[in-house]
Design a binder for this molecule. Structure first.
Ligand code: ZN
Length: 370
């Protein structure tokens, strides 16, 4: 570790390689104002599960992101990785049962407000409508972030509920409340074959028809990390102007290009999925699969690249940013489109939700200057 190495979340660091990558590829292109619409954090004091070796081995997602970062840490990581940018967050908790969810929801909300961030509440499908409505009424809360892991406890973290239906973990009585409030819903779609699974497409069509005021944001382009998945999932939804997508966790330039071309920059929100994407390395794709290359000896990291290649790895969130940049450039999308994607699409949604709640938007991070 050189003296210029700054610690980030967990085992991750910010190094001269990252500074050089930012300077070469991103400094002149990434807009000044950013809303990162997909960030996780939970104060470690709300962690009720001890993460075991067995759990780390069972799930690479758990292994790259086993817990522990509060709002203050998240603020430092954000400042470090977005140099000279004004960044607001739409934040929510981690996606498993290992947390005291309600205490954590409140902490994310209250700590976020102090920093000019907004939050989505983690919800369990068992919660009654009144409980969801009560959370939505609280200042700074824009909507909900349901997840199929919330259906039931699964100690192994091995995705026991991945093949659930959307309405199994976003039940109709909760959607009715979200619809009445025109609230934000970030939806991580289920199913092994991702967004394009016919059940998902059918359920999303039903959701749009029955709950048209919900601000539906499909996370990770519907988990379309490879081009075939993007073609199957994104193209059928390309013509519905009421469906938005966040780009988080997508590093694949071909997917960004397809989405920007067919869905367009008015319906896409920037998001990182941090702290997961402080992972250092690169992703490679083949057909409908991908491999996460990284330089840390995680259990899942069996297939290492040569040391001179690993030495050039930057953090995944920078690889993702460069993929978006290259796709925008290839399609000739200029500063206006880029600004929508990184900021004003999300800002417009936030302003609409807050005005319905009688709240004024928070001062933006970095906007208070002498
Ligand atoms: Zn996420």
């Amino acid at each position: 570790m050189t003296e210029n190495t700054v610690p980030l979340y967990h085992i991750y660091t910010y190094t001269d390689v990252d500074r050089a990558f930012w300077a070469e590829h991103l400094e002149d292109w990434v807009p000044k104002r950013i809303i990162d619409a997909h960030v996780h954090f939970n104060d470690p004091k709300f962690q009720i599960e001890t993460v075991t070796e067995e759990m780390l081995k069972a799930s690479w997602v758990t292994e790259v992101c086993p817990g522990k970062s509060n709002a203050a840490d998240t603020e430092v990581y954000t400042r470090t990785t977005f140099p000279n940018r004004e960044v607001s967050l739409v934040a929510f908790g981690h996606i498993d049962f290992g947390w005291e969810i309600e205490g954590s929801n409140e902490d994310i909300r209250a700590e976020g407000i102090k920093r000019g961030w907004y939050s989505l509440m983690m919800v369990r499908p068992t919660w009654v409508a009144e409980q969801v409505d009560w959370w939505l009424s609280k200042p700074g809360v824009l909507g909900a972030k349901p997840y199929y892991t919330m259906i039931g406890y699964d100690r192994t973290g091995s995705n026991a509920y991945i093949n659930a239906g959307i309405f199994d973990f976003v039940p109709h009585h909760q959607l009715e409340v979200l619809d009445q409030r025109s609230a934000w819903l970030t939806l991580h779609v289920p199913k092994v074959d991702r967004l394009g699974n016919p059940d998902n497409l059918r359920d999303i069509a039903e959701l749009r028809k029955r709950y048209p005021r919900v601000k539906l944001v499909i996370a990770h382009f519907g988990r379309s990390y490879t081009l075939p998945h993007a073609e199957e999932g994104l193209l059928p939804l390309a013509d519905d102007p009421g469906i938005l997508f966040d780009v988080s966790a997508v590093l694949n330039p071909a997917v960004h290009e397809l989405a920007l071309k067919h869905i367009g920059p008015d319906r896409i929100l920037y998001g990182t999925d941090n702290p997961y994407f402080y992972l250092r390395g690169r992703r490679q794709w083949e057909g409908r699969t991908y491999i996460n290359r990284t330089s840390h000896p995680f259990h899942f990291n069996k297939n290492r690249e040569a040391p001179e290649i690993e030495a050039r790895y930057t953090i995944y969130m920078y690889e993702a940013l460069k993929a978006i940049k290259d796709s925008c450039n290839k399609l000739g999308l200029g500063a206006d489109a880029v600004q929508k994607l990184f900021y004003s699409n999300a800002r417009g949604m936030i302003e609409d939700i807050l005005s319905r709640k009688g709240e004024t938007p928070l001062p933006e991070p970095g906007s208070v200057s002498a």
